[in-house]
Design a protein around this ligand. Structure first.
Ligand code: HDE
Length: 677
């Protein structure tokens, strides 16, 4: 049976529309006055018996809850998931059996380090947490946009996060890893090398939540009806491809629009441009567990896609924004340990620790053990057990019995057998001594970090060198800087020498790496290139060539590109032939960093200030390798700034040809072959 609207129907029973209603207290008593507290005389003191004032103020005083210790800054949307073909051979998970079943999902994207109000385009990993409301209970795939992690054992997580967060003595810096304690942790916990390479790469500054991959990171298990297990790694692949910002742009957006990523997601969904991601799995037979030169339980390692292909098994579409960010996004409680029959864990020591931490954190964050009753967290299937009471309990469990086993209720609620859908943990044979140590097979910290480096294109390598140079350039301790240089010499001498020079450190002491392996799938240069949903700013002045510019805009729009007009003032801008275009931005309210491309469409260049601003916009977009287009008088704006004749700069007299070429240039995303002078 299709499951598509169950979550929405369930949420609907909690939705309230206050619009047009009479103001009441929480007790339902109509309020006669909401501007003046009850006083003893017009100029006298407020009186305790003012129950409306007391209730309003008390509620306000308690409106904040603790933010998430990590991933505090996040944004979410609803959607649905459908499998392309039955995965019966590998898993009995119900939501992965039938292509006609639509499973409701709720996805929360996040940064990791920053506080709840921090900017969104900072250099950081992004959380990609998906809650599947399946008919067998909730399944949470709580992943990141980077396929590996900093540490191998969960016991180090508090240390990592303490080092990453603002330093405790002065609470600086916010939402950044560019400071001493983070890099001190890295140099002294060298298992982090691989993830640091990802964090210094373009992956850590995504263009959009809609254009980043997601990874389950750990190795999980699929278990089929026959009880046979297969190791599995989960991937989300965005249909729009994986694209990033450039660092200078990311930092500027953090000031110009700290909500850049949530705005992008919100607006795309409102416009009907629903973000889509395919679910991929890498499958590995149990008997192949030891066939690799890394341990498949080590979360600092990925499985190269060229060795173990990603099988695409389904698609998720995000098609509905939340009604209320606090009620849904903020109160959503994800947990890596929430699984359904057919999906099981492995002994990855990072995963094992997560299985404890996620429930524990909700207890403080959401104030007690009943967070599963919050509308966003409720499963869409029935749930019955003997758990009772606690803060904020909403369910009214009827009857006398709240224990198992019992006879007074015929021993119900009763456990289900495996055949009836009861979750039975995979019976892995375990032998060993209790020991605080790490397996030797987890010891190689650098080979995959080098593989990542080897897989990068030249511009991506340059970005990584710059990122290290920036981050370590902010580190004050010379000793920490030098330790990091020496550490990354194990990854690549070229890399370590380059940023050592940039930060004035001694050349690296190490010998470099002998690893030659690379994995083309890791380079973003090989991603899907599409103009769809890209945003082009259209700089226009009074008296522009109405019909021709409109023809260009129509052609761009039909190619899926969004166009927004920027001019010296807001409102109507008149073309030479009385055509009108609505300027929705001025040079004051917008900035080139907020667009994927700029189109200089001509008309009067306007005041000296407008001319200067136009030059600033196009030069900045150019320096961020963005496509630039120009027609009519716009061509001279480009020429005056000597930006013509560069890759990705398109000028044209023939409008349909121009629109076609400009669309192609936009699809490329960034023109790295544009050598900046
Ligand atoms: Fe998390 N992580 N984590 N994490 N994590 C949390 O749970 C934790 C790890 C991830 O949008 C917390 O509800 C430990 C890896 C996401 O609500 C907390 C360890 C991955 C989110 C927690 C890890 C993640 C969290 C904080 C090391 C990628 C946001 C608030 C063993 C696979 C979910 C909360 C959302 C959130 C603990 C490592 C992803 C404290 C102990 C690896 C996407 O429970």
């Amino acid at each position: 049976m299709a499951n598509e609207n169950r979550k929405n129907e369930q949420l609907d029973t909690f939705r309230v529309n206050d619009n047009g209603k009479t103001l009441t207290t929480n007790q339902g008593v109509k309020v006669s006055e909401d501007e003046f507290s009850l006083k003893a005389g017009e100029r006298g003191p407020t009186i305790m018996e003012d129950f409306h004032f007391r209730e309003k103020m008390t509620h306000f005083d308690h409106e904040r809850i603790p933010e998430r210790i990590v991933h505090a800054r996040g944004f979410a949307a609803h959607g649905e998931f459908q499998v392309y073909e039955s995965m019966k051979e590998y898993t009995k998970a119900h939501f992965l059996q039938d292509p006609s079943v639509k499973t409701p999902v709720f996805v929360r994207f996040s940064t990791v380090a920053g506080s709840r109000g921090s900017a969104e385009t900072v250099r950081d990993a992004r959380g990609f947490a998906t809650k599947f409301y399946t008919q067998e209970g909730n399944y949470d795939l709580v992943g990141n946009n980077i396929p590996v992690f900093f540490i191998q054992d969960a016991i180090k997580f508090p240390d990592l996060v303490h080092a990453l967060k603002p330093e405790p003595h002065n609470e600086i810096p916010q939402a950044q890893s560019a400071h001493d304690t983070f890099w001190d942790f890295i140099a002294n916990n060298q298992e982090s090398a691989h993830m640091v390479m990802w964090a210094m790469s373009d992956r850590a500054i995504p263009r959009s939540f809609r254009m980043m991959e997601g990874f389950g990171v750990h190795t999980f298990r699929f278990v089929n009806e026959q009880g046979k297990a297969t190791f599995v790694k989960f991937h989300w692949k965005p249909l729009l491809g994986t694209h990033s910002l450039v660092w200078d742009e990311a930092q500027k957006i953090a000031g110009k629009d700290p909500d850049f990523h949530r705005r992008d997601l919100w607006e795309s969904i409102e416009m009907g441009n629903f973000p889509e991601y395919e679910l991929g799995v890498q499958l590995l037979a149990e008997e192949d567990e030891f066939k690799f030169d890394f341990d498949i339980l080590d979360p600092t390692k990925l499985w190269p896609e060229e060795d173990i292909p990603v099988k695409i098994i389904g698609k998720m579409t995000l098609n509905r924004n939340v009604d209320n960010v606090f009620a849904e996004t903020e109160q959503a409680a994800f947990h890596a340990g929430q699984v359904v029959p057919g999906i099981d864990f492995t002994n990855d020591p990072l995963l094992q620790g997560r299985l404890f931490s996620y429930t524990d954190t909700q207890l403080i964050r959401l104030g007690g053990p009943n967070f599963h009753e919050l509308p966003i967290n409720r499963p869409v299937c029935p749930f019955h057990n003997n758990q009772r009471d606690g803060y904020g309990r909403q369910t009214i469990n009827r009857g006398q019995v709240s224990y198992h086993k019992n006879s007074l209720a015929n021993n119900t609620p009763a456990p289900a057998s495996e055949a009836e859908g009861g979750y039975v943990h995979y019976q892995e044979k375990i032998e060993g001594r209790k020991i605080r140590s790490r397996s030797e097979s987890f010891r190689d910290f650098f080979s995959q970090a080098t593989m990542f480096w080897n897989s990068m294109s030249e511009p991506e390598k340059q970005h990584i060198i710059k990122a290290f140079s920036f981050e370590l350039g902010k580190v004050k301790s010379k000793s920490v800087q030098q330790q990091v240089v020496d550490m990354f010499a194990n990854v690549s001498l070229e890399l370590a020498s380059s940023f050592a020079e940039a930060i004035g450190a001694a050349p690296p002491a190490g010998e470099g790496s002998r690893v030659t392996k690379s994995s083309p799938a890791l380079s973003q240069l090989n991603t899907v290139k599409s103009p769809i949903t890209r945003k082009a700013g259209v700089i226009i002045g009074e008296g522009f060539n109405g019909s021709e510019v409109l023809a260009v805009l129509n052609a761009l729009n039909s190619a899926g590109i969004q166009t927004e007009v920027i001019s010296g003032h807001l409102g109507s801008i008149k073309g030479a032939d009385d055509t009108e275009l609505e300027a929705v931005h001025t040079f004051l309210t917008a900035d080139s960093v907020l667009f994927d491309a700029l189109y200089a469409a001509g008309g009067s260049a306007g005041s000296a200030e407008s001319k200067q601003q136009t030059a600033y916009f196009i030069n900045e977009a150019f320096s961020h390798y963005k496509p630039l287009g120009a027609t009519h008088e716009g061509i001279s704006w480009i020429e005056e700034n000597q930006l013509d004749n560069y890759p990705g700069v398109v000028t044209g007299e023939n409008m349909s040809q121009f629109a076609e070429d400009f669309t192609e240039a936009i699809a490329v995303h960034r023109h790295w072959d544009r050598k900046l002078v």
